[in-house]
Design a protein. Structure first.
Lengths: 404, 338
């Protein structure tokens, strides 16, 4: 029998909070992190809303628990801030106390900093300390700097499957635990806002000039966000021997590909349907037992139709409560899966269903609509968290209340 | 298996192939005719590494004879550099307006995986690792786990390109040799840096041997930034004396000492280095593994590629493969004859 995988520590930073407590507070207060950018060098600064972490990179060093140094990108610093909290939350003072792997996720690595220096980097006439940032463009840079700063020396990896990246990082870590490779893994992702991604999504006409409206008939696109989140995963055997405090169980997961289109989901949500169905089957729980679904819900025209159709197909006329938390955090791409996995845990721990902000009109294609007000004291036992991305990559996680 | 590399590896007999060499410090791929693999209208939009990656993957599937597609797992250190560079520049050139989204889409690291799945109508597991010298290796680990979990087969590979611009960028932090170096003489010019390369390599992996199997991967270990001593201990614990060693030696004096640890662990065992064939890049390990598997199955070495090595100690039952990427990501694999 494969090991069960427990979540024993969480850490995060997003536009609505520098830590888990800050995120929970603003979710409860229904305070969105969306606004206009202070830090991206773009003509869309006052045009396209984003959910930016409210600190300049220089001041992120303190949150990252290190002195200011060249070569540490915003991606790395956001990641370090979340990592510090996750380890502390799990009671890990020394990573070397048990063999621990690190699976990170990133979509554009240190692009946030390299895009500002790129033309100097390729100009033979220019030289200076910017050369410290040359190797920060790839996705492994942030992973290795985080690993080296906090002391990971076992297995490390970086996954990049667009918007499903950190959901896949959690899955990969859980599978390594189940196969007995390592007893403890820290998994998640980090993403900083960049002019590159903002222009990328904008060129696809996928960005809303207003605050995003997931599952709303009038929605016109997503807002980008930034942040980082990590979860400490432990095997049941290790968690019990270590007397770890168990927050929740990662009871099911599925990664599937739609093979439909490079950037668009299928109109009937085949990939989303398959990912949710298979992840739930793995968890051993029934459709009726699902209390809440933290949907991918980007507010793009295609995603919400596809995901909504998949919900209706899978659950029939008994679709569980669902909401998108992207109006709080923006779409944080590689970090989204891990951020929303933590929100799922908070829903279970505190009996909360988070509202889907900015919703007013049900989509004509659907018979369902999201939760629009904060629900407290609601028993949440099993949550499905969805992350779907470019390249047809679909990932669903099932997070369950720990019952002993 | 299928490999697009600077050598004529995509078609024809590698055991009678000539050695392609350069003194430009950049070994570029011999690109095949893509038309038999990719429809013309798709081909026009695709950039180089997408074409190389997709074509190598499709050829690999064809060669395996497996008609039901399974999980697709890949590794790439840098993805499509050409698209990334293009989009960075167009943002400035067009002042962030009316941009063509194609380079942005294609710069996404998992775009090759998406294309493979799309072309094969494959809805199974799909994952992309992007971690320098652990990119392909994590894809391999993921695939081996999938086989353990019950998948009958996986399509597992790696792809990388080098552009002129990226070659220059990496030259600024000492990745390449200062002086033009004849790739045939790579191991004799021990100096800082190596020579650049690129390639796309794919494997069909199965949990049980088939008549077509090239080799069995019997053990596998990754080590992150080990000390020399830790490496030695790991190498010694990893395997008894193999019949042959294939190494990622690359003439870079900064990190040669790791290969010297290997020499000391296994004295007297013949070694074949492969970086004079493919150059140095994040996922060169996939090419090295491909070469090892070809040698193991054929029980011979491509003679023109290894002049002066002479004949193999026959039969070769086991090969130790060891590679590292600029001293950070170290990989050891044990291959056995099926």
């Amino acid at each position: 029998m494969a090991e069960r995988v427990f979540i024993t520590g969480i850490g995060m930073i997003t536009a609505i909070g520098d830590n888990v407590a800050g995120n929970l507070r603003n979710l409860r207060l229904q305070h969105s992190g969306l606004g206009y950018s202070s830090y991206i060098d773009t003509v869309y600064k006052n045009v396209l809303p984003v959910a930016e972490v409210k600190h300049a990179s220089d001041s992120l060093f303190a949150l990252a628990g290190m002195p200011a140094k060249e070569g540490y990108t915003r991606t790395t610093l956001l990641g370090l801030a979340a990592m510090r909290e996750a380890l502390q939350d799990a009671g890990i003072t020394d990573i070397q106390s048990a063999p621990t792997g690190f699976i990170n996720a990133s979509t554009v690595g240190g692009m946030c900093d390299t895009e500002k220096l790129y033309f100097d980097i390729i100009d033979p006439g220019k030289t200076g300390s910017f050369l410290q940032y040359i190797d920060t463009l790839d996705c492994a840079d942030c992973t290795q700097r985080i690993a080296d700063t906090v002391g990971f020396s076992e297995h490390i990896a970086t996954i990049s499957t667009a918007c499903s990246s950190s959901a896949n990082a959690l899955m990969f870590g859980a599978r390594m635990i189940k196969q007995g490779m390592l007893p403890r893994m820290v998994c998640g992702g980090t993403e900083a806002l960049t002019r590159f991604t903002l222009n990328g999504f904008n060129s696809l006409k996928n960005v809303d000039k207003q605050f995003c409206r997931p599952f709303d008939q009038q929605r016109t696109g997503l807002n980008l966000g930034e942040g980082a989140a990590y979860l400490v995963l432990e095997s049941e055997t290790f968690a019990r021997a270590n007397n770890s405090r168990i927050l929740a169980e990662l009871s099911g997961y599925c990664n599937t590909n739609e093979a439909f289109h490079p950037t668009s989901p299928s109109p009937d949500g085949d990939g989303a349907y398959e990912a949710m169905k298979t992840a739930l089957e793995m968890s051993g729980h029934s459709l009726e037992e699902v209390s809440y679904i933290n949907v991918h819900g980007t507010a793009t025209l295609n995603n919400d139709v596809s995901e909504g159709k998949a919900l209706e197909r899978l659950f029939g006329d008994k679709v569980p409560l669902f909401s998108s938390t992207k109006p709080f955090t923006g779409h944080t791409l590689a970090a989204a899966g891990a951020i929303e996995a933590i929100y799922s845990i908070l829903a279970i721990q505190h009996g909360l269903i988070f509202p889907n902000l900015n919703f007013s009109e049900r989509m004509e294609e659907l018979t369902i609509s999201p939760v629009t007000t904060l629900m407290e004291g609601y028993p949440v036992n099993h949550v499905i968290s969805n992350s779907f991305g470019f390249g047809g990559n679909n990932a669903s996680l099932v997070i369950s209340k720990y019952e002993g | 298996m299928a490999a697009i590399s600077p050598q004529p590896t995509f078609e024809g007999d590698i055991f009678s192939a000539q050695l392609v060499h350069t003194d430009s410090n950049l070994l570029a791929c011999a690109e095949p005719d893509y038309k038999p693999f990719i429809p013309g209208n798709s081909l026009r939009r695709m950039t180089r590494v997408l074409k190389m990656g997709l074509t190598a993957a499709l050829k690999c599937s064809q060669e395996s004879g497996i008609t039901t597609p399974g999980p697709i797992v890949t590794g790439t250190g840098k993805g499509s550099l050409q698209d990334t560079e293009k989009f960075i520049k167009e943002i400035v050139e067009y002042k962030e307006t009316a941009l063509n989204p194609t380079p942005f889409i294609q710069s996404t690291y998992n775009s090759v995986n998406g294309l493979i799945a799309l072309q094969q109508k494959c809805t199974a597991y799909n994952n992309t690792f992007v971690h320098r010298g652990f990119s392909f290796e994590n894809a391999l680990l993921d695939s081996m786990m999938l086989l353990q979990e019950g998948a009958t087969h996986t399509l597992t590979g790696a792809f990388e390109e080098i552009t002129k611009e990226h070659f220059y960028i990496k030259s600024r932090i000492g990745f390449w040799k200062d002086q033009p170096t004849d790739s045939r003489e790579l191991y004799r010019h021990l100096s800082p840096g190596s020579i650049a390369g690129e390639g796309a390599t794919f494997f069909t992996l199965t949990g049980t041997p088939t008549p077509q199997s090239y080799a069995a991967i019997s053990d596998f270990r990754m080590l992150y930034k080990p000390t020399g001593n830790k490496l030695t201990i790991a190498l010694r614990a990893f395997t008894e004396a193999p019949d042959l060693i294939i190494t990622g030696r690359n003439g870079d004096s900064n990190f040669e000492h790791y290969y010297q640890e290997l020499d000391q662990c296994f004295p007297g065992i013949p070694q074949l280095p492969f970086k004079h064939l493919c150059g140095e890049y994040d996922t060169a390990g996939a090419f090295g593994l491909w070469l090892a598997a070809r040698i193991l199955k054929a029980q011979q070495i491509p003679a023109a590629w290894f002049p002066g090595i002479g004949h193999l100690p026959t039969p070769v039952h086991s090969i130790l493969f060891y590679n590292h990427f600029y001293g950070e990501q170290h990989v050891m694999l044990k291959l056995e004859k099926v």
